[in-house]
Design a protein around this ligand. Structure first.
Ligand code: HGY
Ligand code: MN
Ligand code: MN
Length: 418
């Protein structure tokens, strides 16, 4: 056990959150943008590695670019597996400063507490920042942790082409994060991820801590509608093969029929939509758009996918267009480790923090690492339930409370296995 009591350096955590949040700042559109494997992502990674080195952590990078900072144990590890704390530091476009970064920097705060206490932990602590959690440029999302957990072949991931046509492996080389370590080489004894809720539940109920015991299913696909370009002023409606109209009808169908079939659980989002030739007086010849479906129940998620697939056949026949679909990501709902969830709940109770058990609406690296180790998550409230938006915010006191629970769970978990 550490000679001095473990204590969280809240100032350092909050300062690093602000400093990392300044990297990739987008003054015009707001927030910051550090899309995976971009120059801004490299700058964020470089900053993280510098902070890991300042804590005298051993820094390792694996072949999919996952970054690990290792705080060694008091005694040689032998067969004892490290405790892993992780998340991601890549962002969506015009993101908030907390999504992912909070969990990685809270991991550094845990390592800092052990350093300050003057004795190494009974088992090694590994702080992980996984590559391409957001899946904005390269799909699927949670890609680095998925490869790490053996759910996606490394070579397939490296050959993935981004929405900009870049090859993922080339971009890893270009930014200097094509590491040597084999993904999965460090098998954790357990994995903890601290994250903002990114939804409205904790704030609406006035609770401080989310004990995340499961995570909903995710289905991503890209849909391409091939129609016929024609003159907007001379083409009678009955003669049109309008890719833009078909796309709009599909997006409307998602809300009015797919979500309507399970309005309390199924979610549907079209976040990206592009028309060609994209000019005011030409009937679109092509529409390319994404569909993100989510539901905590696998059977309902499959039913949503089927409803959509059936409608694509109908609208293609009705409008005389050709429709292609491409699966971008598909993850079934995940249950986290009950024992770890119990420990998180017990810690929140000891601190007197209001709390509740919940399912995560967002995808997280924890859902992938749960394939190879006991995993669980801790949530803190998001103001207004806002995330993936520059207005993303959690009060400093709440950020610190979440990190205190993380440190407490880690300390007890390690002490119990000393
Ligand atoms: O899409 C998600 O849920 C995560 O932000 N990648
Ligand atoms: Mn995240
Ligand atoms: Mn996110």
């Amino acid at each position: 056990m550490p000679t001095a009591p473990l204590s969280l350096d809240a100032g350092a955590l909050l300062e690093q959150l602000r400093a990392l949040g300044a990297i990739g700042a987008d003054a015009a559109a707001g927030g910051r943008t550090r899309i995976a494997l971009s120059d801004a992502d490299k700058a964020g990674r470089d900053q993280l590695v510098q902070w890991m080195r300042e804590l005298r952590l051993e820094v390792r990078v694996d072949r999919i670019g996952n970054v690990f900072g290792i705080l060694p144990a008091a005694a040689p590890a032998g067969e004892r597996r490290p405790l892993m704390i992780g998340s991601h530091i890549d962002t969506v476009r015009n993101a908030g400063a907390l999504d992912g970064c909070y969990g990685v920097l809270a991991g550094l705060a845990v390592a800092r507490a052990y350093r300050a206490a003057g004795t190494p932990p009974p088992r090694a602590i590994v702080v992980a920042a996984f590559t391409n959690e957001e899946g904005v440029r390269f799909q699927p999302d949670m890609m680095g942790s998925l490869v790490y957990a053996g759910g996606l072949a490394l070579d397939e991931a490296l050959d993935t082409l981004g929405t900009d046509g870049a090859r993922l492996g080339d971009e890893l080389q270009r930014i200097g994060y094509a590491g040597e370590m084999a993904p999965g080489a460090i098998v954790p004894g357990e994995y903890l991820e601290l994250h903002i809720e990114q939804g409205p539940v904790l704030e609406a109920e006035g609770r401080l801590i989310g004990v995340v015991e499961s995570l909903q299913g995710i289905s991503w696909q890209k849909i391409t509608v091939h129609g016929t370009a024609n003159h907007a002023g001379t083409t009678p409606t009955r003669l049109r093969h309008d890719a833009g109209y078909a796309a709009a009808a599909i997006v409307a169908f998602l809300r009015e029929h797919v979500v309507a079939a399970a309005p309390d659980t199924t979610l549907a989002t079209t976040g990206s939509l592009r028309l060609e030739p994209d000019v005011v007086n030409v009937i679109p010849r092509k529409a390319v758009f994404t569909v993100d479906l989510r539901d905590p129940d696998e059977a309902r998620l499959q039913a949503a996918e089927r409803r959509l697939a059936d409608f694509l056949v109908q609208i293609a026949a009705r409008e005389g267009v050709r429709i292609e679909t491409e699966r971008l990501a598909r993850f079934e709902p995940v249950s986290f480790d009950a024992g770890l969830a119990d420990e998180i709940e017990a810690s929140a109770r000891r601190f007197g923090f209001t709390h509740r058990r919940m399912t995560s609406g967002a995808g997280h690296d924890a859902q992938m690492i749960a394939r190879i180790a006991p995993a669980a998550m801790i949530f803190v409230p998001s103001r207004g339930g806002i995330s993936h938006n520059p207005r993303e915010h959690t009060d400093d006191a709440q950020l610190v409370q979440g990190a205190q629970v993380l440190l407490d769970v880690v300390r007890r978990r390690l002490a119990a296995s000393a």
